[in-house]
Design a protein around this ligand. Structure first.
Ligand SMILES: [Zn+2]
Length: 247
């Protein structure tokens, strides 16, 4: 019996979608996701000629603490770059105090978001991939049938986000919404077009919509006009392409 069958059988015994996901099921989802990362990361690194380092797969509950420390480290690095000097102990303390404050202020909203609002299959941030297991994820994907079935596409899409973050100009994202359609289009293109041959069985019954579909159309337009090499340029040059393709 393979891991998916095993998990689906175990899940079938649990009838209440509103309960949080039991830990043995979480582990199974995380393990399958890690297996996909091991498999796909080298392929995408070769495609883009970059190294992504260690891409960890974690439970989304670690996201807030990871994010504030990641941002603090990035802010320290940016500070050093801007000032052309090694940050002093006082600078480091300043950024870490901000991070600690963000964690404290963000704790309750994050808990509510992660448990009740967020219904995503997965998300990439801080160079890692997070799997949400909140009530909403469970209610919208009871049994994890969808998430387990489409794990290849999901993970490839999320590794696409890691590539975008690695290649983009600014390390700290100041563009909260402006680049979303390009970012999601880029990841959807990577997972659903460029590497689609790796998991042909995962295209049945799972269609991208909304910002993913709109973004995909834009990216397809860029590749069609400027060639596949433009795909590597997208994270740095999306503003140029935006002017060219969205008018
Ligand atoms: Zn995405």
């Amino acid at each position: 019996m393979n891991i998916i069958d095993e998990l689906l059988r175990a899940e079938g015994e649990i009838t209440f979608a509103v309960l949080p996901t039991p830990s043995y099921l979480r582990e199974g989802v995380l393990e399958l996701a890690r297996e996909k990362v091991r498999h796909y990361k080298p392929k995408i690194e070769a495609e883009f000629g970059i190294s992504l380092g260690n891409v960890e797969v974690k439970d989304q509950k670690h996201w807030l603490v990871d994010s504030v420390s990641y941002s603090a480290n990035q802010a320290i690095l940016e500070h050093a770059e801007r000032m052309g000097e090694i940050p002093t102990e006082a600078h480091r303390k300043f950024y870490w105090r901000n991070a600690e404050a963000a964690r404290l202020i963000g704790g309750i909203p994050f808990f509510l978001y992660a448990n009740y609002i967020s219904g995503a299959f997965a998300r990439a941030a801080n160079g890692s991939i997070y799997m949400p297991f909140g009530y909403m994820s469970r209610m919208t994907d009871h049994g994890f049938n969808e998430r387990m079935k489409y794990m290849g596409r999901i993970i490839m899409h999320e590794i696409g986000h890691c590539v975008w973050d690695k290649l983009k100009l600014r390390k700290i994202d100041k563009e909260l919404f402006g680049d979303r359609v390009w970012k999601e289009g880029f990841c959807t293109y990577v997972a659903d077009v460029r590497f689609a041959n790796l998991y042909p069985e995962e295209f049945e019954g799972f269609e991208m919509h909304g910002v993913y579909k709109r973004g995909l159309k834009l990216v397809e337009g860029v590749v069609e006009k400027h060639g596949i090499g433009a795909l590597r340029e997208l994270p740095r040059r999306w503003k140029e392409f935006d002017k060219e393709f969205r008018n």
